[in-house]
Design a protein around this ligand. Structure first.
Ligand code: KG4
Ligand code: ZN
Length: 353
């Protein structure tokens, strides 16, 4: 059984995973950031400090788990906010030392990548998988040959997709985080009511800063009445912004899928909760005749279940505590750097496994 801790940003989460069975999961969002319109790092680390130990105590109690059943502690080693990572790692290290069991530092982005596989064991082979991770801090499309081998196909030059949603939503006067609210309003709007520029940056890069600037200029010039939520202007703006972000995200996916013929498509990260993006992925999978792996809504945003799943995969491949990366916290830790470090370890990697 693996006990996992996620504390990379503003969600405190702990989970217990036994093989492919999630024994328990506790999540605590931090509402204190809302009035600031974004995450305040110092508040985030203080809240983790307040909550993590209590959540672990409750998790162990509510699942009637004995500490002697816990065989490894996993935690998010990076990327993320330094203060938040520090709190999670201190709790994880304390537990691993006390219980004298392995401590596994997990790359948060790898956690997102495998978030559909916490409990899901596909019968057919998954790889090669074309996988898009879209969150508040990251946007990248990768080609995965196995759980631990992959290459980067397309990444963002500027903002992440979640950031684009949140910043546009903020300009429209919507509460933080704006992505889910914008998604809800977009369902009743007309995506064709406004046209926003699609950046012509090819299929190896994403860019969202142009959209943000166009929305800003439009709002400053036209001054639409956004106070009146019953007015269709707000919903049309949401629908058109959402369809532009999704169009920008999908173009390289469609291009690389056509070129490389993956066996499956993967979608992960907070923005994978977006209804339009989910439906576009499902439609593409059907069109190409390949599997589509999208985590359930609750596992799209940051959670410890995905951290546990990533640690399980590492352990299954013979990874031992602290190898290569040590336990140093890594606020900036690109997925490809992580996979490169793992490949140098010559774990039991098998393409297609
Ligand atoms: O993965 P995540 O929980 O945290 C990071 O690692 O960043 O992603 C959070 C992001 C936020 O930007 C939030 O607005 C966005 O995911 N998000 C959505 C939706 N649900 C969450 N964006 C668009 N549509 C949604 N339904
Ligand atoms: Zn995340």
């Amino acid at each position: 059984m693996i006990l996992a801790i996620e504390s990379s940003c503003d969600d405190s989460s702990v989970a217990l995973l036994k093989g492919h069975r999630l024994i328990g999961l506790k999540q605590s969002g931090q509402e204190e950031h809302q009035r600031f319109g974004g995450v305040v790092p110092e508040l985030a680390s203080r809240a983790h400090q307040e909550w993590l130990s209590l959540m672990i105590k409750d998790l162990i109690h509510d699942t009637s788990t004995s500490w002697s059943d816990v065989q490894a502690i996993a935690y998010t080693q990076g990327p993320g906010l330094m203060g938040s990572l520090m709190v999670g790692s201190a709790v994880a290290k304390g537990l691993a030392l006390t219980l004298d069991i392995p401590l596994i530092g997990v790359n948060h982005l790898h956690g997102h990548l495998v978030s559909h596989f916490v409990e899901h064991e596909p019968e057919e082979g998954v790889f090669p998988m074309l996988s898009l991770t879209v969150s508040g801090g990251h946007t990248h499309l990768v080609w995965m040959e196995s759980w631990l081998e992959g290459s980067m196909l397309c990444e963002t030059l500027d903002d992440a997709a979640g950031e684009a949603f949140d910043k546009c939503a903020k300009m429209l006067g919507l509460p933080y985080p704006g992505g889910p609210v914008l998604d809800r309003l977009a369902r009743e709007g007309n995506p064709g009511a406004y046209t926003w520029p699609i950046p012509q940056v090819g299929n190896e890069t994403y860019s969202f800063s142009g959209l943000k600037t166009s929305v800003l200029y439009y709002l400053a010039k036209q001054k639409p009445d956004l106070e009146d939520r019953s007015d269709s202007a707000l919903r049309d703006l949401c629908a058109s912004i959402q369809s532009t972000v999704v169009e920008v995200l999908m173009r390289p996916v469609v291009y690389h899928a056509g070129l490389r013929k993956p066996r499956s498509l993967g979608l992960a990260g907070g923005v994978a909760a977006n209804s339009l993006l989910r439906s576009r992925f499902l439609a593409l999978g059907e069109q190409l005749g390949c599997q589509v792996h999208i985590p359930p809504m609750s596992w799209c945003t940051d959670n410890a279940a995905m951290i546990a799943a990533s640690a399980r995969i590492l352990l299954e491949h013979g990874y031992r505590s602290g190898e290569a990366m040590g336990q140093k916290l890594l606020p900036r830790w690109p997925l490809m750097e992580y996979l490169g470090e793992l490949s140098a370890l010559n774990l039991g990697l098998q393409s297609g496994s």
